[in-house]
Design a protein around this ligand. Structure first.
Ligand code: NAP
Length: 266
């Protein structure tokens, strides 16, 4: 039997879990693609490539040149461009693509959510003189808050910004903490209490790794400005890594699926 080469578009816990699982399967070669923006990322098992493909055309060429049999788009739900590119490139190159589209968080009793369609709306909704505001939307989104001199921010990003790294103008009153998920309840409660957080701005990322802050906010009565997720990608969608393996078997005639797949979160 010829070896099947599977490309995982990664940068998430699901991508990490899938790489660990597929790397251990005979007759499968797995390569994970990372955007390459996080210094010292957790490195998935199997082969890894870093950096953009040069748009959808670049990805389509890569799929053909590398003889990829199938693509698992396990990017974050807010990485819409990459998912769109994957759908287009797969269609163009005639290579099947599945999108792991995890279920979003649902508001439950006790949540004080203010849902918005995008980051600009989140900036506008933050009240004048709002107390310390916890930003968990990533380093590339900080510049949106740069006009809010009336608010002090605590931003959690994975690693310190490099001196030459340009993420645009930063808010004047900004403190960083550096940490990487998965986060647990105790740590999240502590972050919110020790920093006297009064508002949180979060993407509705779904999944377990970032959910404890939402639970801690509920417990502490902290309002969350929740950015709704973008529309999911067109094409075949599955809710999790285990379902992506079932799709691989159905598509490639392999036997890679299993009763459960370890959930590795990054
Ligand atoms: P994006 O806006 O959808 O993508 C922008 C460009 O970055 C893509 O067009 C592609 O460049 C490149 N890119 C993105 N993901 C890539 C990957 N896995 N491998 C190679 N190139 C990739 O993506 P983003 O929101 O900036 O996210 C970047 C990465 O961080 C993704 O891997 C995502 O899973 C991860 N991540 C994102 C978030 C989030 O909130 N957005 C949160 C956690 C993790 P080319 O067009 O040149 O191919």
């Amino acid at each position: 039997m010829t070896r099947a080469r599977i490309l995982i578009l990664g940068g998430t816990g699901e991508g990490f879990s899938l790489a660990a699982h597929l790397d251990a399967v005979n007759d499968i070669d797995v390569v994970t693609s990372m955007a390459g923006r996080t210094p010292a990322p957790k490195v998935p098992r199997g082969a890894v490539r870093r950096g953009g493909f040069g748009g959808p055309e670049g990805l389509a060429s890569y799929l053909k040149a590398e003889r990829i049999a199938a693509v698992i788009d396990a990017t974050h739900p807010f990485a819409s461009r990459m998912s769109r590119n994957a759908a287009w490139a797969g269609e163009t190159a005639g290579i099947p693509v599945v999108h792991v589209w995890r279920t979003g968080w649902e508001r439950v009793k006790g949540d004080d959510w203010r849902e918005v369609d995008g980051i600009e709306e989140a900036v506008a909704l933050l009240p004048v003189g709002a107390g310390m505001t916890f930003l968990t939307t990533g380093k590339t989104q900080l510049h949106h808050f740069s006009g809010r001199d009336d608010v002090a921010f605590l931003a959690r990003i994975v690693a310190p910004l490099k001196p030459a790294e340009d993420v645009g103008a930063l808010p004047k009153r900004l403190t960083f903490i550096h940490d990487r998920g998965p986060f647990d309840m105790e740590r999240e409660r502590r972050v919110l209490l020790e920093n006297t957080i009064e508002w949180i701005v979060s993407k509705n990322s779904g999944g377990n790794a970032a959910y404890p802050k939402i639970v801690a906010a509920r417990e502490l009565g902290i309002p969350v400005i929740m950015i709704k997720r973008p529309d999911g990608p067109d094409g075949v969608r599955v809710p999790d890594a285990a379902a992506a393996l079932i799709w691989i078997d159905a598509t490639l005639g392999t036997s890679v699926s299993c009763a459960s797949i370890d959930e590795v979160m990054v």
